[in-house]
Write a protein that binds this ligand. Structure first.
Ligand code: PLP
Length: 399
């Protein structure tokens, strides 16, 4: 009997990691599971980045504690990238490098929020947002986009949700789990609402910036006039550079917030792995060709997946323009049964898919969208095709 903290008792486990663990367990029993539940590129880290990691070890120069907020040359390179590619006014002092964008977000929550503060979280949202806000003893307030509007909340919806307690607005674009991408015009109208409120901040998670199939390219809200001083831009190397295991993410934030995030990080992790930082420096300063090639492949898979899903009666999709997820509405199956199992909700459907089709997906409930499931298409074409054949079959058995 080990009494645990209220903090941990009130926290949900990461649903994506939980589903991945279930899938792994069935796999270890010899069952042929196709795993489409994790947000993990199926590519290897590009060679030149691997080499930079090896060179860092061989040089013998990077075995000591690095500076808490990251090596100066990496922070300078990140600031230069943000200025050049994203038009965000930034400097090395405003950059904090962390153990993945997940820790970057956790630092920001800890640095900004007091009990009773509210953070507006655009829903559907990435699983960890709500839990990280709660960990900082603040309250997530969800503003939900509809399927008809490509799952994107509007500036009007945002305006209506702001209260005197609202500290920040948090979203990802391209979005995990919906694949939606805010247009420049949409972000401008969101920025106008934010600017009308003193002290209101935006936490803009841009970790999928490179995986964008739209014509407009990636737009950063921090580039708009008057927004740099209100925006914390979160980004990282996991997705665009297939570097999930290296654990490198970063923020660019107004200086007092960057300093506060560094202070927290100094007490929690002392900073990010030295070797991973040297690899990240190569990723950000060298050729982006491998990144663009991966994006082209994701786009082809997106097209294939849409085609296959649209052949399944009762499955409704938006057309995702970024990231590597499809987030179909499967609520037409609620109340149906295969004669044994009744599907009450998206949780049941995800479990049904795992047990009967041996395909792991994640319930939309974990992302604040209980009518949907999230399918990751960061898997090979063959796996995706086979998964969709199985999904079509088991869904057709629900009457
Ligand atoms: N933000 C979003 C929207 C994500 O999907 C993820 C990973 O799934 C992260 C942040 C965290 O990325 P990492 O901690 O690997 O940098």
């Amino acid at each position: 009997n080990y009494p645990l903290s209220d903090r941990i008792n009130n926290m949900s486990e990461s649903a994506t990691l939980a589903m991945a663990a279930k899938a792994r367990e069935l796999k270890s029993q010899g069952i042929d599971i196709i795993s489409l539940s994790l947000g993990e590129p199926d590519f290897k880290t590009p060679k030149h980045i691997q080499e930079a990691g090896k060179a860092a070890i061989d040089s013998g120069k990077y075995f000591a504690y690095p500076p808490v907020s990251g090596y100066q040359d990496l922070r300078e390179a990140i600031a230069a990238k943000l200025q050049k590619e994203n038009n965000i006014p930034s400097s090395a002092e405003q950059i904090v490098v962390s153990n993945g964008a997940k820790q970057s977000l956790a630092n920001v929550m800890m640095a900004l929020l007091n009990p009773g503060d509210e953070v507006i979280v655009f829903a559907p949202y990435w699983v960890s947002y709500a839990e990280l806000v709660k960990l900082a003893e603040a309250t997530p307030v969800f503003v939900t986009g509809t399927l008809e509007n490509d799952f994107k909340p509007t500036a009007e919806q945002l305006k209506a949700a702001i209260t005197p307690k609202t500290r920040a607005v948090l979203y990802s674009s391209p979005c995990n789990p919906t694949g939606s991408v805010f247009s420049k015009a949409e972000l401008e109208s969101i920025a106008e609402v934010v600017k009308a409120h003193e002290n209101l901040l935006v936490i803009s998670d841009e970790i999928y910036e490179h995986i964008n199939f739209g014509n407009e390219g990636h737009v950063s809200i921090g580039s708009f006039p008057g927004m740099a001083e209100r925006t914390i831009t979160v980004n990282g190397f996991s997705k665009g550079f297939a570097m999930t295991g290296w654990r490198v993410g970063y923020i660019s934030a107004p200086l007092p917030i960057a300093k506060a995030a560094t202070k927290i990080q100094g007490q929690i992790t002392s900073g990010n792995s030295s070797i991973a930082q040297r690899a990240a420096l190569a990723a950000i300063t060298e050729d982006l060709k491998p990144t663009f090639e991966m994006t082209k492949i994701y786009q082809k898979r997106r097209d294939m997946m849409l085609d296959l899903l649209n052949q399944m009666p009762g499955v409704i999709t938006n057309v995702p323009t970024g990231a590597f997820y499809i987030f179909p509405d499967i609520s037409s199956f609620f109340g149906k049964s295969d004669g044994q199992t009744i599907i009450k909700d998206a949780d049941d459907l995800a479990i049904y898919m795992l047990n009967k089709a041996h395909v792991s997906v994640v319930t939309g409930g974990a992302f604040g969208a209980p009518d949907c499931i999230r399918i990751s298409y960061a898997a090979s074409d063959d796996e995706l095709k086979e998964a969709m054949i199985r999904m079509k079959k088991v869904l057709s058995e629900l009457k």
